[in-house]
Design a protein around this ligand. Sequence first.
Ligand SMILES: [Zn+2]
Length: 299
Amino acid sequence: MTDKTVFGDVEVNRVDEWRDRLFTRPELLPDSDRLEWEAQKDWLEPVFWSAESEDAWLCAQSFLVRSGGRTILVDTGIGNGKPRPGVPPFADLDTGYLGNLAALGVRPEDVDLVVCTHLHPDHIGWNTTLENGEWRPTFPNATHLLPKPDFELLSEMAKSGDAPDPLGFVSAFLDSVAPVAEHAKTQLWEGEEQVIDDAVRLVAAPGHSPGAAAVTISSGGEHALLAGDLVHHPMQILDPGQRNVLDADPAAAAESRIRLLGWAAEHSAPVFGGHFPGGRGARISAAGSGFRIDSWTNV
Ligand SMILES: [Zn+2]
């Protein structure tokens, strides 16, 4: 594995947050076949899977993107001190995330743009921190670019108050999105894509959530895909039809995966899964009805 942090004029670094047990293979990808994983065991273990326990290892992280003089944070992880009774591994964390960001030379006030690929609790957490008992924007000078379909869905669920919400999506919205909408700059976007600058754009990838998106980077003939939750696990690159247990619309999610992984294969763009441990990116090419992984890079 080689480290590659610059794509043309765009620099990408990972901001580490969290890694722990969350899902086993059949919990994460309910239609997956253990035999197919065993066939890939030599590279899946120990980073992506433990065959014995069946843990499918994930992490939470952000990607720091420096482009055109701006400091951009893609996804903001789980956050510290968040009450998450429906997902105990995410509850009341006390991680060194802001220190990890500082180690990359970035103070919270330096962040110009926060991009949330979607509004699930593990992608919005550091939008806010607790200040005198209230959740306040962590990145006070940033514009928060948020998907309108997710924002509207969760706003409606919060208003009606009676929709089933076992994983606490609504309470996460209320402590990690509503405060930035109230106290910081926010921009809701919808449609096929949102141009961030000449090199960076958000591309709609609906399915995991209605407003889910991925970030493409194209600069100086080099490319990268910050995939968010388009793929939770690299086995979904081999078989993009594999649904994640939390995909709201599995058919749409599969269509989005095939389309954007196709772009990555065509452009030799490493695919950085939002939850791939250690900021790993897969360089892929088309193979049969899916893709094969040719090599790994990390940021
Ligand atoms: Zn996620």
